[in-house]
Design a protein around this ligand. Structure first.
Ligand code: TRP
Length: 374
């Protein structure tokens, strides 16, 4: 099979191939996003977030219900997480920025799970010391996204287990091995840590309710590959006396290479938040574009933004202004903008973003404790 039509695989542990989002919505049995949901969120927030305007949230489960609960004056909550297997790249930041938007708009608590246990049992090459180390590093990135210190509760599965274990046990008792195998495709050769882990990821859906002694509707912004966990959780939630968690699913940020999502396993095509700005600029300058082989051809035939990783960065993150984005697209298609110039512009934008983000990340070291669950 060639790289172009490699079979699509989307599981919580593996994402590869050309992603067909319509097919995913069908396969996962989730609801496509609707203009009315976008409108309702935007109305509460006072503006339409770039990620909503550009269809980066493609599908959901029960967001309308979560919004109804909020409308009724009931408290609602948010949950997301991160598997600390390495440094954070721009793709990871997308849902965290969105969490900030939702947190501000709906005035919610956010429970943020760091799954150092998951990454230890799933990744052969990682030691516990390493995943715990990345938990600390990654938490700085989470804080740098501007989340509310009073309302954001970051926790590590290993460090804060005493807050989590009882709920996880209650989840685990409700899920049979046969269900876990059907949902996650476990094999006999998998270690038993992997088989226990879904109880930990599910547990957080109920954490706020448990801590506050009230049934609080939980919404999870996450990339769509995490959906199997919530499918499992939704099956047992009501039996445990809680609402089913709602979800809103993001698309994957593409890498700077040809096709595929941004991935830590291909560091040359991923921009890490700790990359020195000049290294990030070099990565952008080496990015795969939708341009022609030569400048002359480009001027004659124009480029194809839909196949361009550089355009994707403007689209997903770095060109807030819709009319400027359209102008960029037109200049590309007409051939009046050549790839070198377009990349150089993006490289500068990303480099400025990193300088600013790294200052915030550094400052986060001083108030990390304030963000941790206690
Ligand atoms: N399993 C996720 C990962 O590998 C981490 C995670 C835990 C998560 N809980 C979550 C992600 C909730 C999104 C939402 O990255």
């Amino acid at each position: 099979m060639t790289e172009d039509n490699e079979e699509m695989v989307v599981t919580p542990w593996e994402v590869r191939g050309e992603i067909d989002y319509d097919k995913l919505i069908e396969q996962f049995g989730v609801q496509p996003m609707t203009p009315s949901i976008t409108e309702r969120i935007a109305k509460q927030a006072g503006f339409v977030h770039l990620q909503l305007r550009r269809g980066i949230y493609l599908s959901h489960r029960d967001v309308d219900w979560w919004l109804d609960e909020h409308n009724k004056g009931n408290r609602v909550g948010l949950y997301t997480g991160r598997g600390p297997s390495g440094h954070v790249h721009l793709g990871h930041l997308l849902p965290w920025f969105f969490c900030k938007y939702l947190q501000d708009a709906f005035d919610t608590e956010l429970y943020f799970q760091m799954t150092d246990d998951e990454k230890f049992v799933f990744e052969d090459h990682l030691t516990l010391d390493q995943t715990i180390g990345y938990t600390y590093e990654n938490a700085l990135d989470v804080i740098a996204c501007g989340l509310d210190q009073e309302k954001t509760h970051i926790f590590s599965d290993t460090e804060h287990i005493h807050h989590l274990y009882k709920i996880a046990l209650r989840v685990s008792k409700r899920v049979t091995y046969s269900t876990a195998k059907a949902v996650f495709g476990f094999q006999d050769s998998d270690n038993i840590g992997m088989i226990w882990y879904p109880a930990m990821q599910a547990m957080t859906c109920f954490l706020q309710s448990e801590r506050e002694g009230a049934n609080i509707p939980c919404l999870i912004p996450a990339a769509i590959d995490q959906d199997p966990y919530w499918r499992m959780t939704r099956d047992i939630a009501e039996k445990m006396g809680y609402y089913k968690p709602a979800q809103i699913h993001a698309k994957f940020l593409p890498g700077l290479g040809k096709g595929g999502k941004m991935s830590s396993s291909m560091p040359e095509t991923a921009i890490f938040t700790i990359d020195p700005p000049e290294i990030a600029e070099k990565k952008v300058m080496a990015a795969f574009t939708g341009g022609q082989a030569t400048v002359r051809e480009q001027k004659e035939k124009g480029g194809d933004p839909t196949a361009c990783s550089v355009y994707a960065y403007y689209y997903f993150l770095f060109e807030e202004d819709d009319s400027k984005l359209v102008a960029l697209e037109n200049e590309c298609r007409s051939g009046s903008l050549v790839c070198g110039d377009c990349k150089a512009r993006l490289a500068k934008i990303i480099s400025r973003f990193l300088v600013d983000f790294q200052v915030k990340r550094e400052k986060a070291k001083d108030n990390l404790e304030e963000f941790l669950i206690n």
